[in-house]
Design a protein around this ligand. Sequence first.
Ligand code: NAD
Length: 496
Amino acid sequence: MNPLLYVRKEPYKLYINGEFTASESGKTFDIINPVNNEPFAKAYKGGTEDVQKAILAARKAYDEGPWGRMSAKERSKLLIKAGQILSKRVEEFAVIETLECGKLFMSALYYEAQMSIDAFEYFAGKARCLEGKVVPSEVGHLNYVLWQPCGVVGEILPWNGPMMMGCQKVCAILAAGNTVVIKPSSWASLSMLLIAEVFHEAGFPPGVVNVVTGSGSEVGDELVKSPLVDMVSMTGGTEVGKQIIGRSKDTVKDIALELGGKSPNIVFDDVNIDEVVKWARAGFTLNSGQVCVSGTRLILHKNIYEEFITKLKVECEKFIPGNGFDYEKGVNFSTLISKEHANNVWSYIEKGKLEGARLVMGGKPYIDDELSKGNFVPPTIFTDVTQDMTIFQEEIFGPVLCITPFETEEEAIQIANSTKYGLAGAVFSTNIKRALRVAEKINGGQIYVNTYFSKGMIESPGTGWKESGIGVAGIYKYMISKTVFIDMIDDSAPPM
Ligand code: NAD
């Protein structure tokens, strides 16, 4: 397969009000392959005027268009149709995602693309199960609660899983009955520009889905500030999330933020070490560590400390770095998204060394001509990491693991909860009572017991505690409740 056969020669266009269009400025930007930092395509670069047009289109489609009058069943059928169209183009999407984000092709094809199709199917069903409730009230009175769409939603996406995350969020937004303006990350715009074609072919009315590329400070900020946008949902880093909180204050709009993490992975001394090292390895290296819920702080019982680390290193040495398309050569570890991001990760690695953590693996660039063209950072393991160290406290978002020893259950929980984040966490122990006790005490919205990463992610609420976010992931994030109060008594009088 030649991946470049899937790449268009002309710049990828924005999608506004049902039309594929160049940006108002006519400016384009290069799409870079992070495996070699070479441009392989171009896309139009959206700006303020483009996003304002998209917001107006989404507003009109919501307030006046056929979308607002469609039943949940009709919305559901459109989502099913779009999912079927996507499933016929799955290879193309996986290729583009691999090229643009430096992913492993097999993972893009058999996991992320499949999860994206699943999002259409799941939310098509969900659209038809949005029930309110009747609230017990006084005799002669009836109160009921409806869940209604928020209206126009601005969806701001990160670069680490743009296709899967984009589909999960946009399908939920549409199933709930909203219209949407999608702002993908500048490092990963293509999958959402292509998904616009899927919605278009499925027959979504103009303005219901819009995709505008561009910078966060211009296009993203306009979505956050605009009084015509009812709700902004953003997935990304905590610092940008804080800016959005500040910038949304003038319109008091609903915001949902899925932000960064520094998740603890607690391993007790009663486990099967050979099995758990595999989970610990996956926990910090999946997608080269660019996963929000990565288990980047391994909190390891003193009794198994050295043996576990030795075995973990052996497992990590099995990685074969390279181009994600080279699966036949066994490549199972890929590049980071950009030079800029890799430099940031390297600066954390230097800080770890300077602050006195013990580097036991990685920490230096690969010596290989091909790999040095990309943004590869090898799996890097620091041990004896203390709670005051920067690498313990801050999200690195690369394949860097910090290991801290513990002796008692209380100490493990204290270490686990001593960062500003609260996204996810894990506990490994064959003592199920202890495992569940610890799971209950870890501060975080997703906790894994004797495993790492979730199954049934789309069906389960994910919430960022502390500085990891605001709001519960899922369809109700994009809905707003309304309670209707009914007086059924003929001669009732107003309160005095
Ligand atoms: P980022 O915060 O740099 O950017 C996220 C998005 O916000 C991008 O589209 C960007 O253009 C936009 N943006 C930037 N400044 C903005 C502004 N002022 N106003 C509006 N929008 C703005 O994040 P990233 O580097 O793309 O992604 C990595 C981060 O995302 C990591 O911190 C990771 O943990 C987090 N993440 C969290 C989850 C989760 O579910 N909690 C999932 C995936 C990624």
